[in-house]
Design a protein around this ligand. Structure first.
Ligand SMILES: C[S@@+](CC[C@H](N)C(=O)[O-])C[C@H]1O[C@@H](n2cnc3c(N)ncnc32)[C@H](O)[C@@H]1O
Length: 371
């Protein structure tokens, strides 16, 4: 192809060039949104607004967050990013004062107040997503794709930190706290809703359930409370189980899901398989199959994870973008957010015979998998 033809392909009018430049810079700056959200979460700005009856001025926010007086005008700039992104809203009053309010997104960042708002507070999960160790790993994508040495060995995370995510959580108490608090917050909000909305899935759990990779047992505790007749067990790595708070109705088993899963009628895998490549998922699912009875006897695995594309294929919706962003995020530990055909492949390779996907509004679906 001549260089003339190639040059023609790149031709744009002045308007197009300037618009393209704007869009390119916009995409380059998207991470600033994450950083601003992380800062607002750490500063507990949503609590400040909530505690002032749902409307707070910049001075209110400054007083609540304890920011240094020299940073007052910078707080206004941070809030401008967050209101432009729809995380908070802003009303400009007659005197020129701006009053900040919560939106449906920032209502999920309120931890102050009653039990019900605490149970919906997803601030700890923002801390997991906007986490320096995860972000540092994503800086090496180019090397990871192209480096000879990275081909044989490790995940982005191992390349950046010299250990796996789970090893870091085991040896660094601070990292463990951030991670487990995030998981607990997500389970608190989502389990109660999913149990209510997906009664067909949870109405037939049999008499026992094991939550594999169940962390501190928040999800299993919700199941145990809703279905007191179901004996609930949580399996996780020994260091994670050692730090779990006691739950009257849960049995914790320290162990390795690649080696052994305690027998139960139902195995729950919430946000576990998306952490692993296909060959590891197949090993985990084979252990699940050994742990449950036949389908006729009520055995099933319930997977709570994303099915990419399950909400339809419209482009540029929040849902579609969140799915593909989460997929590249989870790539930092060698995880995958799967489309239905990718799920099907690992189910059948692990020896399961059937599955049913219940799409749920939001970030994940429920998949029942049958032996
Ligand atoms: C993304 S977290 C999900 C936690 C929980 N299911 C939830 O959704 O809140 C993955 C969990 O898998 C656990 N895990 C990792 N490797 C494991 C293994 N080999 N055996 C058992 N659990 C493991 C981690 O400790 C962590 O608690």
């Amino acid at each position: 192809m001549s260089s003339h033809v190639q040059e023609d392909e790149l031709a744009m009018s002045s308007d197009e060039l300037l618009q393209a430049q704007l869009e390119l810079y916009h995409h380059s700056f998207v991470y600033v949104k994450s950083m601003a959200l992380g800062a607002a979460t750490d500063l507990r700005i949503a609590d400040a607004i909530h505690l002032r009856g749902g409307a707070a001025t910049l001075s209110d926010l400054a007083a609540h967050t304890g920011i240094h007086p020299t940073k007052f005008s910078h707080l206004r700039r941070l809030m401008r990013v967050l209101t432009t992104s729809g995380i908070f809203s802003a009303d400009v009053k007659a005197r020129g004062d701006t009053v900040y309010k919560l939106t449906r997104v920032s209502r999920l960042l309120v931890g102050a107040g009653g039990e019900s708002s605490r149970r919906r507070d997803l601030s700890p999960m923002v801390g997991v997503f906007v986490n320096p160790v995860a972000i540092a790993a994503l800086f090496s994508i180019r090397e990871w794709f192209t480096d000879e040495n990275s081909a044989a060995s490790s995940s982005l995370f191992e390349m950046a930190h010299g250990c796996t995510r789970w090893e870091m959580i085991a040896k660094d108490a601070g990292e463990g706290r951030v991670f487990n608090a995030g998981m607990a917050a997500d389970s608190c909000l989502s389990m109660e809703i999913l149990l209510k909305e997906c009664s067909s899935v949870f109405g037939s759990l049999g008499s026992s359930l094991v939550d594999v990779g169940g962390a501190h047992g928040t999800a299993a505790a919700v199941v145990a409370k809703a279905f007191p007749h179901v004996k609930c067990t949580v399996l996780d790595l020994p260091r994670v189980v050692a730090g779990a708070p006691a739950h009257a109705n849960l049995t914790f088993v320290p162990g390795d899901m690649f080696e052994y899963i305690p027998p139960a009628d139902t195995v729950l895998l919430k946000w576990v398989l998306h952490d692993w490549p296909d060959e590891d998922c197949i090993k985990i699912l084979r252990q699940c199959k050994k742990a449950i009875p036949t389908r006729d006897a009520g055995g099933k695995v319930i997977i709570m994870d994303m099915v990419v594309g399950s909400q339809g294929l419209q482009q540029e919706t929040v849902s579609n973008e969140a799915e593909v962003l989460f997929d590249v995020f989870i790539m930092h530990i060698d995880g995958i957010q799967r489309e239905e055909h990718e799920w099907r492949k690992i189910f059948f390779e692990a020896g399961f015979s059937d599955y049913k996907i219940t799409p749920v509004t939001g970030i994940r679906s429920i998949i029942e998998v049958y032996p």
